[in-house]
Design a binder for this molecule. Structure first.
Ligand SMILES: *[C@@H]1O[C@H](CO)[C@@H](O)[C@H](O)[C@H]1NC(C)=O
Ligand SMILES: *[C@@H]1O[C@H](CO)[C@@H](O)[C@H](O)[C@H]1NC(C)=O
Ligand SMILES: *[C@@H]1O[C@H](CO)[C@@H](O)[C@H](O)[C@H]1NC(C)=O
Length: 263
């Protein structure tokens, strides 16, 4: 056999494997989800059209040998990156974080399904807490990047009192955050991240001691903020910081019998 033929056979074998499974459980820059869902939501005034949050997970019943684990990913999709430039009046950064764990329920109602999980008072408390966290950061005059990420990590280590929230909202091991828009003046332009996909998710992380069944009963909460950058005019009040919540639940995986749980 010639080397060319051997090389071609090797390539074919590779291609076939690729077709059978493009992303393994331990590959942390892609996801082949066992369950995935998507929810459109409004992010006005910057996006005239709704944008869509995608959330999915994969599972391994043995994990690293110490019990089950899941692999979780999220990203946003938008039909185009056409944004409303008239809404750009200061330097801002827009980020999204996703919180998964210790929260079950079925999304419904206002605040993109979150009010059905914990009631309107709790949605308001969480938005206020995030707004205040970012507001005090931006009032310090210090240089910072990713204000949502900073505010969330502060709230995870030092939970704010959220009077209308029953459970501990920030009681999770991690809330991965991704920055996706940067607005700037005086040019009134913006850099918008390429939309994500299963091949190119924005964040991928692993959750210990979580089974696919347990994760399917969880509600994932997207927290989106549009905040001033450190070099912008400081905001007048916390209300100048836009915060949106989106609650989403992944459906149970494929019909029983065709489960593709990796072992
Ligand atoms: C749920 O809460 C417990 C107790 O605070 C914590 O140790 C655990 O990491 C949380 N679960 C997740 C998935 O973050
Ligand atoms: C905005 O426009 C200015 C001037 O044309 C340019 O220097 C800058 O890189 C642009 N910024 C973004 C975020 O596109
Ligand atoms: C906004 O960002 C631009 C560069 O992107 C910078 O030149 C300017 O000083 C920043 N701040 C304000 C308040 O315009």
């Amino acid at each position: 056999m010639s080397w060319v033929l051997l090389a071609m056979l090797a390539l074919l074998a590779l291609l076939q494997r690729g077709a059978a499974q493009f992303c393994s459980f331990w590959n942390n820059d892609c996801i082949e989800p066992l369950a995935q869902s998507a929810v459109p939501f409004s992010f006005q005034p910057l996006f005239p059209d709704p944008i869509t949050l995608f959330y999915g997970f994969d599972a391994s019943s043995s994990g690293k040998g110490q019990g089950p684990m899941t692999k979780t990913a999220f990203w946003l999709e938008y039909q185009d990156r056409n944004i409303n430039k008239y809404a750009i009046d200061t330097n801002r950064t827009t980020e999204i974080g996703l919180r998964v764990g210790n929260l079950t329920g079925s999304p419904s109602g206002p605040n993109n399904g979150c009010d059905g999980i914990w009631g309107p008072g709790c949605s308001r408390d969480i938005k206020n807490a995030v707004q205040h966290g970012i507001f005090s950061l931006s009032s310090t005059g210090e240089r910072y990047h990713r204000p949502l990420e900073i505010a969330l990590s502060q709230m995870m280590s030092n939970p704010p009192p959220l009077e209308s929230c029953g459970s501990q909202v920030f009681d999770v091991a991690s809330i991965p955050v991704h920055e996706f828009i940067r607005e700037s003046v005086p040019a009134q332009n913006a850099t918008v991240m390429m939309p994500g996909s299963g091949y190119n998710p924005w964040q991928v992380w692993y959750i210990d001691d979580m089974t696919s069944h347990k994760q399917a009963s969880q509600v994932a909460v997207g927290i989106i903020s549009r905040s001033p950058t450190y070099d912008s005019e400081p905001p007048h009040s916390p209300d100048d910081i836009q915060v949106e919540l989106v609650c989403i639940q992944a459906p149970q995986g494929p019909p029983t019998g065709s489960s593709k749980d990796h072992d």
